[in-house]
Design a protein around this ligand. Structure first.
Ligand code: DGJ
Length: 692
């Protein structure tokens, strides 16, 4: 059967699509790059599968939108109803194609139902990340319950998948599951990307590690909650679908999925991770301040208890530690003395700030710091002027369950967005503010894409009018992290856990998608407020220094020794941030499960730093060598242990790095690895490498 074929590829991967007899296109190859001489028509023909007893006479393809009308035996890509309420079962046929240097738009139509299905696919040069989106258009108003972004088949050797769950203070929990007959489905109906559902999936084989093996990684760039289906059909074939959470879309004439970002890696999870990290840095995030400033955030120091003189004293100390941006958190507006009131009343609390924010801002600016401020625009408390004036602005039914005693504003309403724009822009226009921490502390009572579209519209308007104001996406920590929100913000608050041990794990898993430059990480109080754990300053400071560094403790609690350590680490971070905030974060495969280690490799490959944290006591008494990655095997590197003074008295031997630096080849470092001095649990070694 004659087929139309298309190829999207670069030096890392090839994706080949074929459309037989003008039916919807299907991926007939996705993997390592194919030679230029490959005959795509032959590949298309070779993709035909056999049929035997007990099967229909032709296997329905896993097309970019598997169709019920083709007797597809699994989850279909589009479900909906026509204006008369009848289930849609369209039969799409080729209409047109348009290609650009790196992309392809394919349009298919179903004349019976007057539907057009448009696929937009592109492969970004340099970062080798696919961006894929499906749009459905119709002349009459229809109801759509499910529309998948372009659907991709997974090869038989990807017999495992890694998916993401989590919770408040423990985001980015990964689970490695076998593909098995049937569908693994996640339907995140919280209305935000959420702690429990980072919208991503990695399909891999059981042999794939951080540094080797094949992986297919996906991320759905949408902040309103996603649905994912990873299915093994009864005939053994596999498919992956991503789209908005079910029932997000409802009625209309035009429906669009968010972009699905995807990549194939033949170099383990790191091969995929660095493409997402680079793509986010280079193609998604706009307007991030450089160099990335060291933060101070006052939340865990004062909570709602704002006192001008106290805040000034804290700012002075934070500046002395090296902070460059002071963020005034929750509690400055309305009559907000706790979390039961005032959300929606975005006017400065005259009881706490009789002369407005100007005296605090002037103090902070005189110290040389930028001033940032907290908002939670989409939320409303019943105990607020706003609620008393506009109870009808609330999303969902009056008797809904509250979250943190608060309700959600209906962001689809133009007047709600206009009110919020007026409040926020007034504060920004009247004060010298360079930064907003934009919070979102509860799940939504109803799932509706219009809510997310409304939030995007408000942020876009504010960004257009205040382009110098950076925004951090926070939702009780990492509840709204995705490429959709990061198109409009410059940093994420990864977690409300400032416990360095927990942070080690969370930021390590998040690095599968997030670069250091957007990932906020703060040095918290000595006794963690969310875990009760007491951790030493070296571990706390170096852990935060692995990402976008900040402080969140009350600086008045610090001992002289803690101050000295924190200043030293902050000084090191400032000296290295220019290359480190652009480096690839490579997760190291370690043989000791008590250890988490990563290597940040500079863009030019000339230098790197390794952070090797020991979370708990190791089983073996000797430290296992840490094997590096991504180096030039034939080159020599000088290796130095930055914090060798942290070696405890119980380390009695003479590993070379304890005394001085060493020079070794990339081959040795990657194959044998570095022997580190013995140490206590809950400590971290920091190792620098420089190409000779
Ligand atoms: C939740 C955030 O994650 C915290 O950092 C803090 O900003 C509080 N909200 C304030 O209410």
């Amino acid at each position: 059967m004659q087929a139309k074929t298309w190829h999207l590829g670069d030096s890392h991967q090839s994706l080949v699509l074929a459309s037989f007899a003008d039916t919807l296109p299907e991926v007939v190859y996705w993997g390592p790059p194919l030679p230029d001489t490959e005959d795509l028509k032959q590949l298309a023909a070779a993709s035909a599968t056999d049929v035997t007893g007990g099967m229909v006479d032709r296997n329905a393809p896993i097309s970019l939108c598997p169709e019920a009308s083709q007797t597809f035996p699994g989850q279909i890509g589009l479900t909906g109803r026509d204006p008369e309420g009848r289930t849609l079962a369209p039969q799409f046929r080729f209409e047109s194609e348009a290609s650009s240097s790196h992309g392809l738009t394919l349009t298919y139509a179903d004349s019976q139902h007057d539907l057009s299905l448009i696929f937009e696919l592109s492969l970004t040069p340099g970062t080798s990340l696919f961006r894929m989106q499906t749009r459905l258009e119709t002349a009459r108003e229809i109801t759509v319950d499910w529309l998948a972004a372009p659907v991709l088949p997974m090869p038989a050797h990807t017999d495992e998948m890694i998916e993401f769950s989590g919770r408040w203070c423990a985001e980015f929990q990964t689970r490695r599951l076998p593909f098995a007959s049937g569908a693994r489905m996640r339907d995140n109906r919280t209305g935000r990307s959420d702690h429990a559902h980072f919208p991503a999936l990695i399909a891999c084989s059981s042999a794939t590690s951080n540094t080797g093996g094949e992986a297919y990684a996906f991320h759905y760039g949408w902040s309103g909650g996603h649905r994912m289906v990873a299915e093994e059909l009864a005939d053994g074939r596999r498919q992956v679908q991503f789209g908005h959470a079910s029932a997000s879309m409802k009625k209309g004439r035009s429906f669009s999925t968010a972009p699905l970002f995807a990549t194939f890696s033949a170099a383990g999870f790191n091969g995929a991770a660095i493409r997402f990290q680079r793509h986010l840095r280079e193609n998604i995030v706009v307007g991030a301040r450089e160099p990335r400033p060291v933060h101070y955030n006052c939340w865990e120091a004062v909570y709602f208890d704002h006192d001008l003189e106290e805040l000034k004293a804290i700012a002075t100390r934070a500046a002395g530690l090296g902070a460059e941006r002071f963020v005034l958190d929750d509690g400055w507006f309305g009559l907000r003395d706790d979390d039961t009131s005032s959300l929606g009343d975005w006017a400065i609390d005259k009881r706490k700030y009789p002369d407005g924010l100007a005296p605090l801002i002037a103090h902070v600016k005189a110290l040389g710091l930028e001033f940032g401020i907290w908002f939670e625009p989409e939320m409303i408390n019943e105990d607020s002027e706003l609620f008393r004036a506009h109870p009808d602005w609330v999303l969902g039914s009056p008797d809904q369950v509250r979250g943190r005693q608060q309700l959600v504003l209906d962001m689809a309403r133009e007047n709600v967005r206009a009110y919020l724009y007026d409040c926020i822009s007034a504060i920004l226009a009247q004060n010298d503010i360079g930064y907003i921490k934009w919070d979102h502390n509860r799940v939504l009572p109803v799932v509706d894409a219009a809510q997310t579209d409304g939030v995007y519209a408000l942020i876009d308007r504010l960004r257009a009018d205040f382009p110098h104001v950076e925004i951090e996406s926070c939702a009780s920590g990492g509840g709204r992290i995705d490429f959709g929100i990061l198109e409009r913000t410059q940093r994420v608050w990864l977690s409300d856990s400032n416990d360095a041990l927990e942070r080690q794990r969370i930021q390590h898993e998040a690095a599968l998608f997030l670069p250091a430059s957007v990932t906020g990480s703060h040095v918290g109080p000595r006794v963690s407020h969310t875990s009760g754990r007491t951790l030493n300053m070296s571990l706390r400071a170096w852990t935060a220094a692995q990402r976008h560094l900040g402080f969140e403790m009350d600086p008045r609690e610090l001992s002289d020794e803690e101050i000295a350590t924190l200043k030293e680490v902050t000084g090191w971070w400032k000296a290295n941030r220019n290359w480190m905030m652009r480096a690839d974060i490579l997760r190291l495969d370690v043989s000791d499960p008590a250890m988490i280690a990563e290597q940040q490799l500079a863009e030019d490959g000339e230098r790197f730093v390794v952070f090797a944290a020991l979370l708990r006591t190791s089983d073996p008494i000797l430290q296992q060598p840490v094997r590096l990655t991504g180096l030039d095997a034939g080159a020599s590197y000088r290796i130095n242990l930055v914090n060798r003074e942290n070696a405890p008295g119980l380390s009695r031997g003479a590993p070379l790095l304890k005394e001085k630096s060493l020079v070794a080849s990339g081959q040795y470092l990657m194959s044998h690895g570095l022997i580190l001095p013995w140490r206590f649990p809950e400590t971290i070694w920091v190792i620098e490498g420089q190409r000779q």
